[in-house]
Design a protein around this ligand. Structure first.
Ligand code: SAM
Length: 211
C-alpha cells in the first residue's frame, strides 16, 4: 500500500462516524440523489451478485436494495475497519440479510464467483492508480457484466465546467481524492460506455458501462 493510501485509510477510519454528514455537505446536499441514480442504472438478472468496491459505511446499500430482487446479494469491500464496523451496524439494524461487508484492500478481493455488477461509488478517485483499480474491477466481472462508476471527474466542453472542476479539486483536497481527467477515456478503451450522466452541474459523472 502506498503512502497516500495508508494516510487515506487513517483518514477514513477517523471520519467514519460522520461520513454521511460529510458526504451530504460535500455533495452539496445531493448524496442520497446520487445513490438513487446509481441504483437506477443497475441492469442485472434475478439472483445477481453486486460488488461495491470502497463501500464505506454502506451508504448506497439502501438504494441498491430497493432496486434489487431479494434473491440478489450485495458484497461491500472496504479497507477501513471503522467503515466496515459501521456498515455492519447498519446491516444488523436494518436486517440486510443479503448484504455482506468485508474489510480488505480491494486489490486483495478475489471472489470464487464473478459478479454481475461492480460499483465504484465515490471511491475510484480515492484509490491511487485508477487504471489498476478499473482492471481489478473488470477482472471480477462476469462476461457481459456491468461496471458502474460514480465520481467527480474533471470535465471539458461547457462554460460552467471550469467552476465544477474547481469545486471537484477543492473537495478532493479535503477527502484525499485524486480526480483524473483520463478516467473516462480509460473506461472507454476497456469497456463499452452505455451512458454518461453528468450531475450536480458537472461535479459528478455517472458512467454506466458494459464489458
Ligand atoms: C468517499 S468513500 C465512498 C463510500 C461509499 N461508497 C459512498 O458512496 O458513500 C471512499 C471509500 O473507499 C475506501 N477505499 C479507498 N481505497 C481503498 C482500497 N484500496 N480498498 C478498499 N477500500 C478503499 C475508503 O476507505 C472509503 O471508505
Amino acid at each position: 500500500m502506498d503512502i497516500r493510501q495508508a494516510s487515506n485509510k487513517n483518514k477514513y477510519n477517523v471520519v467514519s462516524s460522520i461520513y454521511d454528514i460529510v458526504a451530504f455537505i460535500l455533495s452539496l446536499g445531493q448524496a442520497k440523489k446520487l445513490y438513487r441514480e446509481v441504483a437506477a442504472r443497475l441492469r442485472v438478472p434475478t439472483g445477481a451478485t453486486v460488488v461495491e468496491l470502497g463501500c464505506g459505511p454502506g451508504s448506497v446499500v439502501p438504494s441498491l436494495l430497493h432496486k434489487l430482487d431479494p434473491s440478489s446479494q450485495i458484497i461491500g469491500i472496504d479497507f477501513s475497519d471503522q467503515m466496515i464496523e459501521l456498515a455492519n451496524t447498519h446491516k444488523s439494524k436494518n436486517g440486510w440479510n443479503n448484504v455482506n461487508f468485508e474489510c480488505m484492500d480491494m486489490y486483495q478481493y478475489s471472489p470464487v464467483n464473478k459478479a454481475d455488477c461492480v460499483i465504484f461509488c465515490l471511491s475510484l478517485t480515492a484509490i491511487p492508480n485508477y487504471q489498476k483499480a478499473i482492471d481489478k474491477a473488470l477482472s471480477i466481472l462476469k462476461p457481459d457484466g456491468q461496471l458502474l462508476i460514480l465520481d467527480s471527474i474533471p470535465l471539458k466542453g461547457k462554460w460552467y465546467y471550469p467552476l465544477a472542476n474547481l469545486y471537484t479539486h477543492f473537495k478532493a483536497l479535503i477527502v484525499g481524492a485524486k480526480p483524473a481527467t483520463g478516467i473516462t477515456e480509460y473506461i472507454d478503451k476497456k469497456t463499452k460506455i452505455q451512458e454518461k450522466h453528468i450531475m450536480v452541474g458537472g461535479v459528478y459523472t455517472l458512467l454506466d458501462t458494459k464489458i
